[in-house]
Design a binder for this molecule. Structure first.
Ligand SMILES: NC(=O)c1ccc[n+]([C@@H]2O[C@H](COP(=O)([O-])OP(=O)(O)OC[C@H]3O[C@@H](n4cnc5c(N)ncnc54)[C@H](O)[C@@H]3O)[C@@H](O)[C@H]2O)c1
Length: 307
């Protein structure tokens, strides 16, 4: 069985972090296939040999996406985030985790941490320049950097609204544009913009109009860019999570513990998602398995949007 890398970090390594969350017995019970001694997977899902760049990857969902890529065979990743120290620390931690339960040695893995504020186009360009200088190309990019705030519309200070759009909307655009600038001459690539179920529905009870609008913008931006670059072999798709357990949501829930129960009750599957729940979707969208998909959205939200 391949190594399972948890977003909870190395400290959990010692406590059997690689154990599957569903027991082997139950896994076969839920599966429609009969287990064989050497399970195989479709090779199109492999991220082996691909160079990946993920923004907002020092923690949270972005960090989980990097772990999913490593679990799928990727050994070259640029972890891009606001603080250089956190990006480099995350790169070091993921390099160590990648060696656990695998034949890989540290020297086989090239994961770098790069400081970047995605709201600055110059900063994004510098991050790409460093990535290209190090790896020579970039095949799969995930724009995960983003923020959320909860203010009623009448109370939301304009400078904060502007900052949110600068990060969530313009940051996604700068990240995608720079990705395509590098991917087109090399023959193509995959870009995944992280939107949210909030691009499709209105969250209740917390007010977050600018956030919802920013994520709807990201979703439509992906469709528009997908059309612009389709013939140039650059695919642009959207991953829209529901409520996920990360620092972003913890900050909100710390102020209002009852809110978690409300969110769970509004989610048909009755729980908040774990970052690992997005691993399959991000690998699918970033790998050749989705080669005929562009301008699409995958929602991973426990069914939230369907009721
Ligand atoms: N957690 C959820 O429930 C949820 C649900 C739907 C969508 N999302 C989206 O997923 C993405 C990731 O969210 P998360 O839960 O991992 O959040 P998080 O707060 O845990 O992590 C966000 C990361 O982005 C980085 N970041 C913030 N501003 C940045 C900037 N200007 N430049 C570069 N990096 C920056 C932060 O330093 C952090 O490492 C966001 O776009 C968010 O809107 C999250």
């Amino acid at each position: 069985m391949s190594a399972r890398i948890s977003s909870r970090g190395t400290s959990l390594l010692r406590s059997n972090v690689f154990a599957p969350r569903i027991s082997t017995v139950n896994r076969w019970r839920y599966s429609s296939t009969i287990p064989t001694k050497s399970p195989k997977t479709l090779s199109d899902f492999s991220m082996e040999g691909k160079v990946c760049l993920v923004t907002g990857a020092a923690r949270g969902l972005g960090n989980e996406f990097c772990r999913a890529f490593v679990q799928s065979g990727c050994t070259t990743i640029a972890i891009v985030d606001l603080k250089e120290s956190e990006a480099k620390e995350a790169a070091k931690e993921l390099t160590e985790l990648a060696c656990v339960n695998s034949d890989l040695k540290k020297e086989d893995i090239k994961i770098i941490g790069i400081e970047c504020d995605v709201s600055s186009e110059l900063s994004v360009q510098r991050a790409y320049a460093e990535t290209i200088n190090t790896f020579g190309r970039v095949d799969s990019v995930v724009a995960s950097a983003g923020i959320v705030e909860n203010y009623a519309a009448f109370d939301y200070p304009f400078d904060r609204i502007k900052r949110l759009y600068d990060i969530n909307v313009h940051g996604a655009f700068f990240t995608a544009r720079e990705a395509a600038r590098n991917m087109i001459p090399q023959g193509g690539g995959s870009i995944v913009l992280v939107a949210s179920m909030s691009a499709n529905i209105i969250n209740i009870p917390q007010p977050q109009t600018p956030y919802n609008a920013s994520k709807a913008a990201v979703r439509h931006m992906a469709s528009s860019l997908a059309v612009e670059w389709a013939k140039k072999h650059v695919r642009v798709n959207v991953l829209s999570p529901g409520y996920m357990a990360t620092k972003l949501t913890r900050t909100i829930l710390n102020h209002d513990p009852e809110l978690k129960k409300t969110w769970e009750s509004l989610t048909p599957m009755g729980r908040i998602g774990e970052p690992e729940d997005l691993a399959g979707a991000v690998v699918f969208l970033s790998s050749d398995a989705s080669r005929f998909m562009t301008g699409s959205e995958i929602r991973v939200d426990g069914g939230y949007c369907i009721i």
